[in-house]
Write a new protein. Structure first.
Length: 132
């Protein structure tokens, strides 16, 4: 994994340690490469997921949500293009350029009358921004 991914994993560990726990482990807290989001031909990265919380063990404390970060390739390195807690996201490969959708943390996943709103985001050269 690139150094930027390792730095984000260390940041997550420090975040959870400050809350009295440890960084989440397992499938839901993994980092993965993503399809190219900014059109430079280099795959991008995600660190974390919607389900990330610090493992608090037997402390009795509630865990704060751990940020999920999308890292975008830029000039031979990776920069944070998007960061959120408790937001579900997906990547749409059909259009050119590729864009991602983000679904807010509203408790709407099980509501039949109104599905969760999805917002499209595109790379603007510096960061992921809401698609007009």
């Amino acid at each position: 994994a690139p150094q930027a991914v390792k730095a984000q994993l260390a940041r997550r560990a420090a975040f959870c340690a400050a809350a009295g726990g440890k960084a989440p482990e397992g499938e839901d807290s993994a980092f993965n490469d993503l399809p190219d989001l900014n059109g430079d031909g280099v795959r991008d990265w995600v660190v974390g997921s919607y389900y990330d919380y610090c493992e608090m063990g037997e402390t009795g404390k509630d865990s704060p949500p751990v940020p999920t970060v999308i890292l975008i390739s830029k000039g031979g390195d990776f920069v944070v293009g998007f960061e959120a807690t408790e937001a579900d996201w997906g990547v749409d490969l059909a259009p050119t350029p590729t864009f991602m959708t983000v679904e807010g943390a509203d408790d709407c996943a099980f509501r039949e009358e109104k599905p969760c709103a999805k917002v499209a985001w595109r790379w603007n050269g510096e960061m992921l921004v809401r698609k007009p």
